[in-house]
Write a protein that binds this ligand. Structure first.
Ligand SMILES: [Zn+2]
Length: 454
């Protein structure tokens, strides 16, 4: 009996990760992500899967980012009722991220209906907050490094991938094949997360390639962050920092706390974390000590170095604060969330700054701002961009191309085949070529929807 992998997402794009593994009449889904970014991609979330959700036996999540977990509420709504396996920290994060995602889907649908710009009348949310809360009941946890049985006769094991809290690579053993999914791999020198663990031996490797064609610069986050924040503080401006609520927000809080501690930023410079999700996530680091680099004392400093903003009234009150300040707010690519209001308010003034952190997916407002556009569309209006736009090169939660190659090179044996996924086509193909030329391994970039024998 052959083992097959179907690439239902995360192929030729960084979003929508969904890999269906089939063997002997059983199947499970590795990751269950939402498509994000270009509308053409987002519309794929509305297409039915080529397999009935109630025929999928289990879901295994490598980590909680929505491009890996955000389709789960819809899968459950459409009939999936198996177990969803993840690490404990990923489960804790999913409890924060998925209901919020449902809430955003509902808000977007309501907004479209109010403004009348839905082509379908009325616009319906992909899923609701309640759908998300229901699917969380399916979640089960497995510790890092310990084998478990997601389906009869299938063995799975998570190993640390760095990247974000709870993130794992996944080794699946089924039908005599060992299939390794890298998940999203972090950088060895990440501020918060430990380096990814070396990969176990596998017959087939499915590796991410977000930065498959790029190298991160040598400089560290603190060295890059300090002059930008000093500049905006000196001219009395506001730095609006769109952050991913999970990971980037905490890394920046930790970095700012360190800059203040060593005197590189004034102690009194107000810092706001305006994202209920990021605030809740920040509290999780102390609960999962040992899974990241921070000590209990550093977790404490991170939590207390900024004013935690959760209510809408508090959020609006920030705008009334005069003088220099730093506002960290979600989402990281400015695709939605409270950061839009802060951007709309601050983009027009040259004293202010937009500090973009991490990868900006094409089609998002983050990419528009990073690309030097004179305006960006927010809430139906073209907002002129007069603020300084800075993109942090170093603050990425992803390994760069050489780091991806180093991870592969640490494999105890050569796999028969490598599938290069989770990247824009150019990035995936560049990494594919490096794998073939430098390692001599067979590698290919699977097409969206294609099926391959493992
Ligand atoms: Zn991720």
């Amino acid at each position: 009996m052959n083992v097959h992998i179907r690439f239902l997402g995360g192929a030729g794009t960084v979003t929508g990760s969904k890999y269906l593994v089939e063997h002997d009449g059983q199947s499970l889904l590795v990751d269950c992500g939402l498509f994000q970014g270009f509308k053409q991609l987002r519309l794929r979330n509305r297409d039915p899967l080529p397999v009935m959700p109630n025929h999928i036996g289990a879901v295994l999540l490598t980590h909680a980012h929505l491009d890996h977990s955000g389709y789960l509420p819809l899968l459950a709504k459409e009939g999936f009722h198996g177990k969803v396996w993840s690490t404990a920290a990923t489960r804790d994060l999913a409890q924060i991220l998925l209901p919020d995602s449902g809430h955003i889907q509902e808000e977007d649908a309501n907004f479209a209906n109010r403004k009348g710009f839905s082509k379908h009348a009325p616009a319906l949310p992909l899923y609701t907050e309640d759908d998300a809360l229901r699917c969380l009941k399916l979640m089960h946890t497995a510790p890092m490094g310990k084998a478990f049985e997601p389906l009869r006769g299938w063995t799975a094991r998570f190993t640390g991938a760095g990247h974000i809290l709870g993130a794992a690579s996944l080794l699946l053993e089924v039908g005599g094949k060992r299939i390794l999914f890298s998940g999203d791999l972090g950088r060895p020198d990440d501020l918060l997360m430990k380096p990814p663990e070396a990969p176990p031996a596998a017959d087939v490797v499915v590796i991410e390639s977000t930065y498959g064609d790029r190298e991160h610069p040598e400089e560290d986050v603190l060295a890059e962050l300090a002059p930008a924040l000093q500049r905006v503080a000196a001219r009395g401006g506001t730095a609006v920092v769109p952050v991913f609520a999970v990971g980037r927000a905490q890394a920046l809080l930790h970095a700012i706390a360190q800059l203040k501690a060593r005197g590189d930023l004034p102690h009194a410079l107000p810092v706001y974390l305006d994202s209920p999700m990021a605030v809740h996530t920040t509290g999780l680091y102390a609960r999962h000590l040992g899974e990241h680099r921070l000590s209990a004392a550093q977790c404490h400093d991170m939590e207390h170095g900024a004013q935690m903003v959760t209510s809408v009234d508090q959020s609006k009150a920030i705008a009334q604060q005069h003088g220099p300040k730093i506002i960290l707010s979600a989402s990281g690519m400015a695709t939605g969330g409270r950061v839009l209001h802060h951007l709309a308010m601050h983009l027009g003034n040259h004293r202010n700054m937009v500090l973009l952190t991490g990868y900006q997916s094409p089609g998002t407002r983050g990419a528009t701002m990073a690309g030097g556009s004179p305006t960006v569309r927010i809430h139906g209006q073209d907002i002129p961009i007069r603020a300084e736009v800075v993109q942090l090169a170093s603050a990425s939660a992803h390994a760069d191309a050489s780091q991806l190659m180093d991870w592969l090179r640490a494999s105890p044996s050569a796999p028969h085949r490598v599938f290069v996924t989770h990247g824009e086509l150019a990035a995936s193909d560049t990494l594919r070529q490096r794998i073939e030329h430098e390692l001599g391994w067979r590698a290919l970039v699977p097409e969206h929807g294609s099926t391959w024998a493992a």
